[in-house]
Design a protein around this ligand. Structure first.
Ligand code: LLP
Length: 452
């Protein structure tokens, strides 16, 4: 079978219709999974995730003439099993909070991969706390410094912790525009992330004056769910120019991180480049800029999130109530919504859906898929063509591996769903469903309110 680039597929690569006319993923019948693990359910296909990791790594080997390292932007989905799979494929990690550091190193520890991965964890964030920085230094993360306060805090911490050297990279705002939702654009000058380019000389001077700051590279990330190749091509040239500037100042730079951002196909109309095409673009752009500017080839770091994991996961829901408004709209409600997938209400993100227990049924009506939250905006998909559904049918929404579980909430005190990983007919729980007891676990009732 010809394996496509996962980010161009709407369904996981192992998805097929089985003899019972049901959707099968990773050799597991989705309707059986829902019977066994409950609904809603995140179903993660290990093969698709591993394929995306391998395609990234292979493409850098093919197209980048220097050393490279792919790191997983774990904000897309941070949990023990995902981190363990990704680490086993040789990827490092982009982490953005003490919680993501903790999750990642716990996964590495339990999966016996600490030795192989610990020097590949990069700590990002525009407002890292002193505690987080101390934690990151303690576990030897490379710190991607975002602002002046952070530089100053690191210098102080270096003294207090008696550290000779803290490895850092600098995040810069490259001033590159791209076409994506404004909430997920980061490379334009008016962004809360990174140093403004006009400060770069002053930052270099500060680093030179503080020997504890061991600056090994530069970083930029321009945004997410990007389909164009031009912004990333431009980014290579801009970063290499700053890289050369730093080298000429005598900084020990050896790495450039070009961020993530490659989009995926949520709906047929989306047309992202393949993983290979994206890697080829960034590799050639950095290599060509180095050649043109006479700079040595840096180790090239990339940090995809969405394009590694979004397509690998689907969410299975159970169909419930129906509301028909004559000549206006038909709503079909499912047993989840904005708490397990906040992307439609936050970014107006479009999704597809299919009826997993009647794969061959023909589309018969246009419906709007509503969630069950007390909020009119809790609509997962507006006006989609579907077969006629009945309560109890299993509705599957693909493309939910990135920024779904990681942005899930307990709005209306809904329990967060369970997640399973499927592979060659086996399904294993990776996140258990929250119980009602979990929902009040952190609640405290002051004594004066509980007379008994
Ligand atoms: N590197 C940095 C510094 C980032 O800020 C991000 C994403 C990535 C890498 C990974 O980007 P990706 O390859 O996934 O596009 N919650 C939003 C997405 C926010 C992206 C935040 N940063 C959504 O659901 O679309």
């Amino acid at each position: 079978m010809k394996i496509t680039s996962p980010n161009q597929s709407i369904l996981p690569l192992t998805a097929k219709r089985n003899a019972q006319d049901c959707l099968e993923i990773g050799g597991c019948d989705v309707t059986e999974l829902v019977r066994r693990f409950g609904s809603p359910l995140y179903i993660l296909d290990e093969f698709t995730l591993r394929t995306a990791c391998r395609q990234y790594r292979q493409a850098f080997e093919n197209y980048y003439p220097g050393e490279s390292q792919v790191i997983y932007a774990s904000k897309a989905w941070s949990c023990l099993a995902v981190c363990a799979v990704v680490a086993s494929e040789g990827l490092g990690f982009d982490v953005v909070s003490g919680g993501e550091i903790y999750t990642t190193i716990s996964a590495l520890d339990r999966a016996g991969m600490t030795g192989a991965t610990l020097d590949k964890i990069y700590f990002h964030g525009n407002n890292k706390s002193r505690e987080e920085l101390e934690y990151a230094i303690g576990v030897d993360c490379i710190i991607v410094v975002d602002n002046w306060l952070e530089l100053e805090t690191l210098v102080k911490l270096g003294g207090q912790l008696n550290r000779q050297k803290i490895s850092i990279m600098l995040r810069l705002t490259p001033g590159i525009e791209c076409h994506t939702h404004e909430y997920i654009r980061t490379g334009h000058l008016d962004s809360k992330f990174g140093f403004d380019p006009h400060q770069i000389e002053a930052v270099f001077t500060y680093i030179e004056a503080n020997s504890v700051l061991h600056c090994i590279g530069l970083h930029a990330h321009i945004g997410s769910q990007i389909f164009e190749r031009q912004p990333h091509e431009d980014l290579g040239g801009v970063l290499v120019q700053w890289y050369k500037q730093g080298l000429e100042r005598g900084l020990p730079l050896s790495q450039l991180n070009i961020g993530g951002g490659l989009g995926i196909r949520y709906i047929e109309e989306h047309d992202p480049p393949t993983i290979e095409e994206w890697v080829k673009t960034v590799s050639r752009s950095v290599a060509a800029a180095c050649e043109a500017q006479g700079a040595p080839l840096p180790k090239l770091i990339s940090e995809p999130g969405r394009s590694l994991i979004a397509t690998a996961c689907v969410t299975a829901y159970t169909v419930g109530s129906r509301k028909e408004i004559p000549d206006l709209r038909t709503y079909i409600a499912v047993d989840g919504g904005m708490s397990d997938n906040p992307r439609p209400i936050t970014y107006q993100s479009p999704y597809r859906a299919l009826v997993a227990n009647r794969m061959n049924a023909l589309n018969q009506e246009t419906v709007t898929i509503a969630g069950k939250h007390c909020e009119s905006g809790d609509i997962l998909i507006k006006d989609i063509q579907l077969p006629k559904t009945e309560p109890g049918d299993i509705l599957v929404v693909p493309g939910t591996g990135a920024y779904n579980y990681s942005m899930a909430s307990n709005y209306n005190r809904l329990s967060r769903p369970a997640a399973v990983i499927v592979c060659e007919g086996e399904a294993n729980l990776i996140l258990s469903r929250e119980t009602y007891a979990d929902l009040i676990r952190q609640d405290r009732l002051p004594q004066r309110l509980s007379p008994a």
